[in-house]
Write a protein that binds this ligand. Structure first.
Ligand code: IMP
Length: 427
C-alpha cells in the first residue's frame, strides 16, 4: 500500500512542488486533502513553470489522476480559470476528480474573510483573503454549501438562505455593508454546475479501491505544520489540518493505509502573514535570504518573512506528523555565508527550552538559542550525490538531520527539476 503524505514541516512554502515533481511519473493519484486556493505550488516541467493554487500538482503528469478530496474548499471560479490556463498550454485536465463532499467557497465567504480582517485591524491574521476561514467556519457550523448541493436547486436555495440569514445581519448591522441576495448567489452557484459535473466523484471509494490495487497514492498537503488549526501557532494559522492526520479525514483513508510521511523542510525558515516567528531576521541576512531564495508568495505576491533554521520546529513537525523522512529544500540559498546560525533551543523568560512550548504566551516570548555551523562558498547546484557537496554543507545537513529527528532523504540544491540529490528513494 504505497500511500505517501507529503507536507510542509514549517509555515508553508517549503518547496513542496519540487518534491512532488521528484516522484513524478511513478505516482498514480495525487490528492489534495485540505486548504483551497490559499496554497501555491510552483512546479517546473522542462522549461515551463506552472503556478498551481488549488489543483494538485499531479495534474501535470499525464499518467496521474489528480484528486480534490472532501477536506478541500473549492472556489469554482478559481478552479475554472486554473483549468483554462492549463488547457491553453496544452495540459490535459480531463482526469481530475473532485469530491462531491468538498465545500464551496461562495462569494459571501470571500467577502466575510476580507471584512473580518479589516475589522481585526492590528490583530489581523494576515489571511490570503480567499475566503478559506469563513468557508471552513460554515462547514463546522453546518451551514456550508457542498459541491453535491449544486445538483438540487431546492436544497441549494434552502442552504444558501440558512447560510446568509445570520451573515446578512452581521454584514449590515456590524460591518456596515450591503446585504447579499440569496437569489443572486444561487444563480451564480448553479452556473458552475454543468462544468463541474464530469469531475464530481465518490473520491473516497476511488482512493480506497486504488490502494487495494496497490496503486501509488500521494497526499499533498497545502500550507504547513505550524499553520495547522490544531497544532500550529493558533490563532495565526489557516483553518484546516495540513498535518498528516488531515490526509485521513480530508480524503477518507484510514491511518493504517499510510506508509510514509515526508516533511518538506526548508534549509532556513519563512512565514507569511502575522504570528510569532522566533528566528525571524530584520537585518541584511534576512534581506539576503529573501532575495536569493526568491521569497515572495506564489498566491498573494507578499514578501515572506525570513529567518534561520529552527530545529525546535522541525522536531515538533516530526512528532505531530509521525514523519518518516525529510526533504530538505533550498540548501543552495545558504551558499556564501561564513557561518550559519541554527536555532537549537529557545530561551523563555531566562530558561532554556528544548521543545516547542504549548502555551501561546511562552511561544511569543521565545528567543532563539543559536549554534553556529561553518558555511561553504562553493556552488552546490551541480551536486548529484551527497558526496558531491562540500564538507561543510554535508555537515550542515547531518546536523539538521540529527536535530530534527528523521532522516533527510532528499536535498534540493537548485530550482530546476534535476537539481535534487536523492539519498533514499521515497518509493
Ligand atoms: P488563510 O489560509 O487565507 O486563512 O490564511 C491564514 C494564514 O495562513 C495566513 O498567515 C496566511 O499567510 C497563511 N497561509 C495560507 N496559505 C499559505 C501558504 O500556502 N503558504 C504560506 N502561508 C499560507
Amino acid at each position: 500500500m504505497p500511500a505517501l503524505v507529503l507536507l510542509g514541516a514549517q509555515w508553508g512554502d517549503e518547496g513542496k512542488g519540487k518534491a512532488t515533481d521528484l516522484l513524478g511519473g511513478s505516482v498514480d493519484y495525487v490528492v489534495r486533502y485540505q486548504g483551497g486556493n490559499n496554497a501555491g505550488h510552483t512546479v517546473v516541467v522542462g522549461d515551463q513553470k506552472y503556478a498551481l493554487h488549488l489543483l494538485p500538482s499531479g495534474i501535470l503528469s499525464p499518467g496521474c489522476t489528480p484528486v480534490i478530496g472532501n477536506g478541500v474548499v473549492v472556489d469554482p471560479s478559481v478552479l475554472f480559470s486554473e483549468l483554462n490556463g492549463l488547457n491553453d498550454r496544452g495540459v490535459d485536465t480531463s482526469k481530475l476528480l473532485i469530491s462531491g463532499n468538498a465545500h464551496i467557497i461562495t462569494p459571501y465567504n470571500v467577502t466575510v474573510d476580507k471584512v473580518t480582517e479589516r475589522f481585526l485591524g492590528k490583530r489581523k491574521i494576515g489571511t490570503t483573503g480567499r475566503g478559506i476561514g469563513p468557508t471552513y467556519a460554515d462547514k463546522i457550523n453546518r451551514v456550508g454549501i457542498r459541491i453535491q448541493d449544486l445538483y438540487d436547486e431546492s436544497i441549494l436555495t434552502q442552504k444558501v438562505e440558512a447560510a446568509l440569514d445570520g451573515k446578512n445581519q452581521l454584514l449590515t448591522k456590524v460591518f456596515n455593508r450591503r446585504a447579499i441576495e440569496v437569489g443572486q448567489v444561487v444563480e451564480e452557484l448553479l452556473s458552475y454546475a454543468d462544468r463541474l459535473k464530469p469531475y464530481v466523484a465518490d473520491t473516497v471509494l476511488v482512493l480506497n479501491q486504488a490502494l487495494e490495487q496497490d496503486k501509488v497514492v500521494l497526499f499533498e498537503g497545502g500550507q504547513g505544520t505550524l499553520l495547522d488549526i490544531d497544532h500550529g501557532t493558533y490563532p495565526f494559522v489557516t483553518s484546516s489540518n495540513p498535518t498528516a492526520g488531515g490526509a485521513c479525514t480530508g480524503a477518507g483513508v484510514g491511518p493504517t493505509k499510510i506508509s510514509r510521511v515526508i516533511g518538506i523542510l526548508k534549509a532556513y525558515t519563512t512565514r507569511v502573514g502575522s504570528g510569532p516567528f522566533p528566528t525571524e531576521l530584520f537585518d541584511e541576512d534576512g534581506d539576503a535570504l529573501r532575495r536569493i531564495g526568491g521569497e515572495r508568495g506564489v498566491t498573494t505576491g507578499r514578501d515572506r518573512r525570513c529567518g534561520w533554521f529552527d530545529a525546535v520546529i522541525a522536531r515538533y513537525a516530526t512528532r505531530v506528523n509521525g514523519l518518516t523522512d525529510f526533504f530538505l529544500t533550498k540548501l543552495d540559498v545558504l551558499t556564501g555565508w561564513e557561518q550559519i546560525p541554527v536555532c537549537v533551543a529557545y530561551e523563555i523568560d531566562g530558561e532554556r527550552v528544548e521543545e516547542l512550548p504549548y502555551s501561546q504566551t511562552d511561544f511569543h516570548h521565545a528567543k532563539p538559542v543559536y549554534e553556529y555551523l561553518p558555511g561553504w562558498s562553493e556552488d552546490i547546484t551541480k551536486a548529484k550525490s551527497f558526496s558531491d557537496l562540500p564538507k561543510n554543507a554535508q555537515d550542515y545537513v547531518k546536523a539538521l538531520e540529527e536535530m530534527s529527528g528523521a532522516p533527510i532523504s532528499a536535498i534540493g540544491v537548485g530550482p530546476g527539476r534535476d537539481e535534487t540529490i536523492e539519498i533514499n528513494s521515497f518509493l
